[in-house]
Structures are given as structure tokens and as C-alpha cells.
Design a protein around this ligand. Sequence first.
Ligand code: CS2
Ligand code: MG
Length: 402
Amino acid sequence: MKIVDAKVVVTSPGRNFVTLRITTDEGITGLGDATLNGRELAVVSYLLDHVVPLLIGRDPHRIEDTWQYLYRGAYWRRGPVTMAAIAAVDVALWDIKAKAAGLPLYQLLGGASRDRVRAYGHASGRDVPELFDSIRARQAEGYQAIRVQTGVPGLAKVYGVHRDGESAAEGRHPRPVVEDWDTAAYLRHIPGVFEAVRGEFGPELPLLHDAHHRLTPVQAARLGKALEPYDLFWLEDCTPAENQEGLRLVRRQTSTPLAIGEVFNSVFDYQTLVGEQLIDYVRSAVTHFGGVTPLRKLFDYAAQYQIKSAVHGPEDISPVGMAAAIHLDLAIHNFGIQEYSGHTALTDEVFRHAYTFTDGHLHPGEAPGIGVELDEELAAAHPYRPAYLPVNRLADGTVHDW
Ligand code: CS2
Ligand code: MG
């Protein structure tokens, strides 16, 4: 079998998605997600100008060799743009291989290790009453684990808080909108929010919270300790983790479980975090970590340290990237949980998928490959629109992590 064509489809059914379609001489095609929220066109160029010309004529079955060829052959290694491009090729090749075998991808990854994949959803509110309504709405949709984000008194717009039912606004503004931030106000406010949530919803509901890279290690330690009475499933991205050693301080101070890694794209980003068991969940997405091939290796490495998977799955991971993740989730032993925000109805029309969400759990389905079909005609009807993620500024105007 030979690769005879590869094309990049950019579509915006509510938000931008970048998809690679690889076609073989036997007529089998494969899809890969290359969406990098706010920097989509950089990946499009990387694929079209530097990767696609190298794919034509290659044997699509040689997935590991192709991955190493693209990773080492670039010379300039790692980074979100490079790894999103390589991820799209990797997933498309796995899609082709599984289709050629007539099997759903998870069967090529060792088969099912569980019957279904537990998901968590997003609840948010500008205040506690609005938050409660949002939690109830997620429970009504079947979610059995829920991420909790709220507004902060004195701050106009805070990450992760938007009206229920609206798609996440992040990554859809034509210019970066400025959000404001006050760490002291946030640290004063959050413990009371979780006390109220536990009081209303009881001690058993798995609750997650995303600090979204905004705290220093000592602030993260303080928040982790303050949240211990509320028994969180995890505290996510408590501090920017490029400085992996910073998590040593946090880990020494709190038993609140820690999740990190959605912005990581290489196993080297995790070496200290995993090797010293400084975290409990690794968060990288198939789309941003170079594909199924390296992400499976990361999960196997993490398993040696009793660390579990928690693949990143907001709306800006396309149904192609989501499908690949759910196949991996079903197969690996050290599965933790899968983030799942769902997509708009239009997105689900553009990307018809075999995966299902029922009673708070996902299943990839039994369709050969990853189980996603891309309607290119409908995709073309919704062209790319320039979009940026927000930027955070402190009261004095200093840029802060968003
Ligand atoms: C968030 C993401 O889902 C999460 O955990 O951190 O929604 C993140 O804000 C977006 O993926 C950024 O594009
Ligand atoms: Mg996050």
C-alpha cells in the first residue's frame, strides 16, 4: 500500500478545526486532528509546506518509522506546532491501518481493558447559584464527574466561566480579549466555593478544578491544602510546570491529587513530574503530543509510577482527536478519566463519529479505524476565521498566565 495524496481541511463549524486526510493507492483514507487553538494556520503550513511532500509514496503501514522520520528528520524537535502536525499524520496512519484490518483502532492497541470510558464535564457559574444550576445540568446530561469553575468577586471575566449551553468562548475571538486576574482574590474565594458545592451535592460526587497555570508553587501548595477537606478528584495545572521541580514544593505540602500536562508535547516535559511521582494524572492530548504512538508510550511510562491518564478533551480538540483518545482510553490499563465537553451539533455533522456518550461514559464504537467521517462539502461551507485565545492581565496591567 502507498500514500498517494494528503490534504489539509480547515473548517470552522463554530470554531476552527484543522484536519489531515491521507489517501492510499488502495482507496483507504485516514484522518488526523491537527488543531492548535489560536495558532491553527501555523500547523497548516507545517503540514502542507514541509510534511505532505514527504508522505507521498510512503508505506502507510510503517507508522513508527514515519513518526521517527518526521520527528528526528525535522532536526528542530518538539514544540506544539511540530507535534500537532506529526500527531495528525500518526492518527491518520493508525486510522488507515485499522480500516485495512477491518477493526476499530482499540483492537490494534491491545483490545478493551474496560467496558466503557468514564468522562468528566465542565460546570461553571459567575456565582454559586449559577454554578449549582450548571452542576445540575451536567448531572442531568449523565456526567458522573464534574469540573467546577466560578467567577471571582471583583473580576469581570475569569477562565472557564461562561453561560451554560454556550460553547466555550475561548479561541473564537478575532483578537485576543483581555481578561483580568487577581490571585489573592481567587485564593480567598475558591475554598468557600467547594465548601458550598460539597454542602449542596454531598461528599461523593467527583469534583475537579483547573487553576489554569496561574499560581506560584507556594500559592498552589496553599490552595491544595485549603481544598483537602473537600476531597477533590484533582487540582489541575496548579502552577506553570515548565519548571517541573516546582511541583516538589506543592507535593510536599498537600495530598490533593494533581493533574498536569495539557500544554506538554513531549515525554521530556514529564521526566521529573513522573519520575518523582509529583503528579497523579498526565493530561496530554493525542493531538498535541504527537499522536497515538507517543501518547501510548507516555501512559506506559506513567504506569510504572502509578500515574493515570486523563486526556485533554475540551471543545477545541476535534472529534477526530477525541475519537483517537477514546480508543486509547479503552485499551490502556492505567486509564484515569477522559475530559469531554462535547461539540456543537454542526461540528458533529461535519465530523460524523462512531463514539457515543451515555450515562457519563464514552465508547469509541466498533467502526473500523477511529470511526470518524469528514464531510468535506459541509466543512467547506464553514471556512476558517482568525481566532485567538484570551490574554490575562493583572490590575496593574502586567500580563499573567491565562
Ligand atoms: C482547559 C482547556 O479543558 C481544560 O482543561 O485547560 O479548555 C484550555 O483552556 C483550552 O484547551 C485552550 O485552548
Ligand atoms: Mg486545563
